[in-house]
Design a protein around this ligand. Structure first.
Ligand code: PMP
Length: 371
């Protein structure tokens, strides 16, 4: 009896099969490269239109066996999430705002015609998986355990149709620090308006795998042109939308002479609603020291602010790095120098400190979810 004929699975029904062959954990978690090493167990939950959600299973990590006609291989019926578990200074294990990721995952599932589920039940299943793998959560306040919930359409048929079968699974990998310890390395960006990541009416606001595959070539081009990441522009006015797989923030003195933190609005559907993005805006609104605005920022706004010495900081924000300062943008063959570090990256550093203090339990906060 693997199915529950229900509109959601239940964490209380979880079945656990432990591995007999655990793999050695990394000796130095601070040296872990993102996404290369996986823990011993995975979570899997099957779904079918006829029988509903199955029983959640935690079992030894294993290969999937799927028919070559399976929907995900042809039409990219895939979605994922990216979140982390941290070992706190008081030796708890905590996730950061996991319900935010669940909300986004269910929104994305709807967009992909993949099944919905009860978000709290998935958080409980993920928490149980992390508990089973607790020794994999690095004993370090610069490393963490990356959590990758994934859902794929598994119907073995070539019709471009809603998949009548799906698999939700989650794998985990230890990750080292994004920045070398003690440094806050700025990155260089390539901004080329010939390329876009997402468009109005498209699917850019959802965490679908199909949004990411086509970006790899542009990222390669950025590297070839001596830049580390892509600054995604949009529209004839070259709106500044995202940095690589991060939301983008500008801290500047705006045209009215006010200090302002600005980021792209979500209403056009071309930006992924980042959990870090909304957390930074909430923190900054609590500080109440400068304006916090969701507004369109164009490359013309950036170059004008630069020429008038009004641009103070520009940074990306996402789960991987929390915040990532930017020091240059290659735009129309001009290398624009961005003075984030010259200005001491004060706002970026303060965000970094406040968020990592919450994540590693140095500051108690309702955003920290103890596993
Ligand atoms: N934009 C894109 C395109 C992303 O893939 C991500 C990573 N999920 C983000 C922004 C940042 O989102 P979050 O803060 O939830 O990690």
């Amino acid at each position: 009896q693997r199915f529950s004929s229900s509109s959601t699975f239940k964490a209380s029904a979880l079945q656990l099969t432990r591995t007999r062959n655990p793999v050695p954990k990394p000796e130095d978690p601070n040296k872990c490269i993102f996404g290369k090493q996986f823990t011993d167990h995975m979570l899997t939950i099957e779904w079918s239109v006829k029988r509903g959600w199955g029983i959640p299973q935690i079992k030894p990590l294993e290969n999937l066996s799927l028919h070559p006609a399976t929907s995900v291989f042809h039409y990219a019926t895939e979605l994922f999430e990216g979140m982390k578990a941290y070992r706190t200074v008081d030796n708890r294990i905590a996730m950061f705002r996991p319900m935010e990721n669940m909300e986004r995952m269910v929104r994305t599932a709807k967009r992909a015609c993949l099944p919905e589920f009860d978000k709290e039940e998935l958080v409980k299943c993920l928490a149980e998986l992390v508990r089973v793998e607790h020794e994999w959560v690095p004993h370090s306040t610069s490393a963490s355990l990356y959590i990758r919930p994934t859902m794929i359409g598994t119907e073995p048929s070539l019709g471009v149709n809603m998949s009548t079968k799906a698999l939700l699974y989650c794998i985990l990998c230890p990750v080292g620090p994004y920045f070398e310890t003690g440094s806050f390395n700025p990155i260089s960006l390539m901004a080329d308006p010939r390329y876009i990541r997402a468009a109005k009416g498209g699917s850019g606001a959802y965490k679908l795998g199909s949004n990411y595959g086509p970006t790899i070539k542009i990222q390669q081009e950025a590297l070839k042109r001596g830049c580390q990441q892509v600054l995604w522009l949009y529209g004839d006015d070259h709106q500044v939308t995202e940095v690589g797989t991060m939301n983008v923030f500008v801290y500047w003195i705006n045209e009215n002479g006010e200090k302002e933190l600005a980021t792209m609005p979500l209403d056009k559907g071309i930006v992924l609603p980042g959990v870090t993005r909304s957390s930074l805006m909430e923190l900054a609104r609590e500080w109440n020291e400068f304006k916090v605005t969701e507004r369109i920022i164009t490359m013309a706004d950036i170059t004008k602010a630069l020429s008038e010495n009004r641009l103070l900081e520009l940074f990306g924000a996402g789960t991987a790095c929390v915040v990532c300062p930017v020091d240059s943008i290659l735009y129309a063959d001009n290398k624009l120098k961005i003075p984030t570090m010259d200005n001491g990256a004060k706002v970026a550093s303060r965000f970094y400190k406040e968020l990592t203090d919450i994540q590693y339990g140095r500051t108690p906060h309702e955003w920290s979810y103890t596993v």
